[in-house]
Design a binder for this molecule. Structure first.
Ligand code: SAH
Length: 253
């Protein structure tokens, strides 16, 4: 199954682009981007980051275009394998961190199965970008001893999570891809014992020029989302740390 490597064989670096702000990519990520023959990227990669690539580098967009779906994951994997087999150094650029809800694991498996060397460069995940952009800590000795990153979007569009574990006191919840499931998330967390008055926020496009935060409580958040027509990419942050946010914050609504 594993293809023999020739001296001219290509390779792939899976690079985290960070949450949006081009200055939040790592030095290593920026350096590899500047060396790449081909860059494969999607929607969540911030403005200005692609400018770090060589002008002659091939750029392949694999994200969602208006009215169209994202390229299926297996097609992306095949594309990476084919570019590398053509002898190219490929940077696969992903929003945030490649290994935090980024499907980086699936891409690595495909590349390894094809015998292609892969390197991983971490990135600042959206939760960290949101906390920094709006000035609330994710952990705090008096508020949260743990912080949980969880996906609100499951394969069959249901939201089946360990609600009692998520409703525990003294922790911050950061829910990725949760906007469409927000009604269920709010109701289930309250049913599992998390007080409806727990501070909560919706953070849209943290660290982008058009970033916005909408604050409320666990109970009011679904109405806040509707009233403000909140769309992805948005994080749901739940926990008393949200109440520590500095005021006024840029983009706060
Ligand atoms: N690998 C990425 C996450 C990809 S999943 C990371 O580490 O950040 C996509 C989800 O991430 C979005 O639906 C949204 O919930 C969240 N997200 C990504 N970038 C964001 C940003 N700048 N602001 C708010 N949420 C963001």
């Amino acid at each position: 199954m594993t293809a023999p490597l020739s001296p001219s064989a290509g390779r792939v670096a899976l690079v985290g682009a960070g949450p949006g702000d081009a200055e939040l990519i790592t030095l290593k990520g920026a350096r590899l981007l500047g060396q790449a023959d081909a860059v494969v990227y999607d929607n969540l990669v911030g403005q200005g980051i692609l400018e770090l690539a060589r002008p002659d580098a091939e750029r392949v967009f694999v994200g969602k275009k208006a009215g169209h779906h994202t390229l299926p994951q297996e097609d992306i994997c095949r594309l990476l394998v084919n570019l590398a087999r053509a002898g190219k150094f490929v940077v696969r650029l992903k929003g945030g961190d490649p290994f935090v809800f980024g499907r980086g694991g699936e891409e690595i498996e495909a590349l390894q199965a094809a015998g292609i060397p892969v390197e991983i460069v971490p990135g600042v995940t959206a939760a960290l970008g949101a906390a920094a952009a709006f000035g609330f800590p994710l952990t705090h000795r008096d508020h949260a001893q743990s912080c949980v990153f969880v996906t609100g979007h499951l394969k069959d569009h249901s939201v089946e999570l360990d609600w009692p574990a998520l409703a525990r006191p003294g922790q911050t919840l950061v829910i990725y891809m949760g906007v469409t499931g927000l009604d269920i998330i709010s109701a289930r967390l309250q049913a599992a014992g998390l007080p409806g008055g727990t501070p909560a926020a919706l953070v849209y496009r943290a660290t982008w020029p058009n970033q916005k935060i909408h604050r409320g409580t666990l109970a009011t958040l679904p109405a806040v989302a509707r009233d403000n027509q909140v769309k992805p990419p948005t994080l749901i942050v739940i926990g008393s740390v949200v109440g520590l946010m500095r005021e006024p914050a840029a983009g706060a609504a």
